[in-house]
Write a protein that binds this ligand. Structure first.
Ligand SMILES: Cc1cc2nc3c(=O)[nH]c(=O)nc-3n(C[C@H](O)[C@H](O)[C@H](O)COP(=O)(O)OP(=O)(O)OC[C@H]3O[C@@H](n4cnc5c(N)ncnc54)[C@H](O)[C@@H]3O)c2cc1C
Length: 353
């Protein structure tokens, strides 16, 4: 069997990796319009796997999809790290949700929405200041309490992408065509048994009810800050998250703007992100701004993903702000559909055939 994967962003990479792990005899040709070091949306992402803290502001199904993906990341990343002899951290310290005292009512609303979405006591706890001191002492100075969602994590995408580059080089039957933009997928499909369209925003012209949602993040290095888990600041105008990385680095995000323009970050967005950040921990005042980055989230009108399985062409798109949260379980389901057993598909509603 010979397949092509068009688009080596987050979805294309995970698909190629999992397909090869499922059947090493399949020849997989990878195509991307840029080279393997391209800093696309999947690398710009904070890469939080947040099935519970995403729910209050989005569709309820996010919880179930995200919980499955969380488990898959836990299984898959150590196996890849061992195979590639590279550290691949999946930080699983959970997420804290905090708000300034003047925004207490928004924080309470967040908690109520989480309860309504069936986030139970195992997945959400209210911490008082003393409990907060015991897990995140530097935040407890400013915040008298927090909501703690222990079963969430952050993927180290800065390590995952290079590890997958090496994996694709190392494994037999995988060939990568870099800097190769595919204009006509139908024509290409004549040479293959299956072609997987994973172009994200690059597929926009071929899709109905599709849009892009612009997101801006800042990367900062803050030696005076010690935060070890993902943080969400509930704020009526400038909600913010912080995803910690190695070596005092933090990803600060993210704006959410209905636009398909990926021009550099605006002054307004930069000011909003950094002001909210400084209000959270004064140690960020001395942080160095490494860069501001912009990505476009590929999104359908219902903000949910879609997999269209045609005779030759399979399209996987619309992962919106949930690429890390959705891709593992969706790709697992798709591979069960194509190569495995229908009984092992968890979310058939996302697969149209
Ligand atoms: C600021 C920001 C923060 C985010 N944070 C999170 C988060 O914390 N957690 C989470 O789960 N998700 C997050 N996301 C969402 C996640 O990044 C996306 O859902 C994911 O990257 C979508 O993956 P994709 O493979 O569909 O698209 P992409 O990752 O954009 O990949 C598409 C690839 O296709 C290639 N391509 C396009 N057209 C062609 C063509 N014609 N020929 C060849 N190649 C082509 C592109 O070069 C690209 O490499 C965030 C997104 C943004 C912007």
């Amino acid at each position: 069997m010979k397949v092509a994967i068009i688009g080596m962003g987050l979805v294309g990479r995970i698909l190629a990796w999992r397909l090869h792990e499922t059947d090493q005899n399949i020849q997989i040709n990878l195509f991307d319009q840029y080279d393997r070091h391209y800093y696309g949306t999947g690398l710009i992402a904070a890469a939080m796997v947040a099935p519970h803290t995403e729910v209050p502001n989005t569709e309820a199904i996010v919880k179930d999809l995200g919980e499955h993906s969380f488990q898959l990341w836990k299984d898959w990343l150590p196996a890849l790290a061992q195979k590639m002899q590279q550290p691949l951290n999946f930080q699983q310290n959970g997420t804290l949700v905090i708000a300034h005292p003047q925004d207490e009512s928004d924080w309470q609303r967040f908690q109520i929405k989480a309860c309504v979405a069936d986030i139970d006591a195992e997945n959400m706890q209210v911490l008082d200041q003393e409990q907060l001191i015991s897990i995140e002492p530097e935040l407890a100075q400013t915040f008298p309490r927090a909501l703690y969602f222990p079963n969430e994590g952050v993927v180290d995408n800065q390590a995952l992408y290079p590890a997958l580059n090496d994996y694709f080089d190392q494994e037999k039957n995988i060939y990568w065509y870099e800097n190769t933009r595919i204009e006509d997928i139908k024509a290409l499909s004549q040479d293959y048994d299956k072609v997987f369209d994973c172009r994200g925003n690059g597929a926009s012209k071929d899709l109905k009810n599709f849009r892009s949602v612009r997101g801006e993040v800042a990367r900062v290095i803050a030696p005076e800050v010690n935060i070890s888990r993902a943080i969400r600041l509930v704020h009526p105008r400038f909600p913010l998250y912080i995803a910690p990385r190695k070596n005092d680095e933090y990803i600060i995000g993210a704006t959410q703007i209905e636009s398909d323009i990926d021009t550099p970050v605006t002054i307004r967005s930069g000011l909003e992100l950094l002001s909210a950040l400084y209000s959270l921990h004064q140690g960020f005042g001395e942080a160095q701004i490494v860069e501001f980055l912009v990505g476009l989230r590929p999104t359908f009108d219902d903000n949910l993903p879609k997999i269209d399985v045609g005779e030759k062409i399979v399209s996987i798109n619309g992962l919106y702000r949930h690429g890390y949260l959705f891709a593992p379980i969706l790709i697992n389901d798709l591979l069960n559909k194509l190569l495995g057993d229908d009984a092992d598909i968890h979310f058939p509603q996302f697969i149209n055939d």
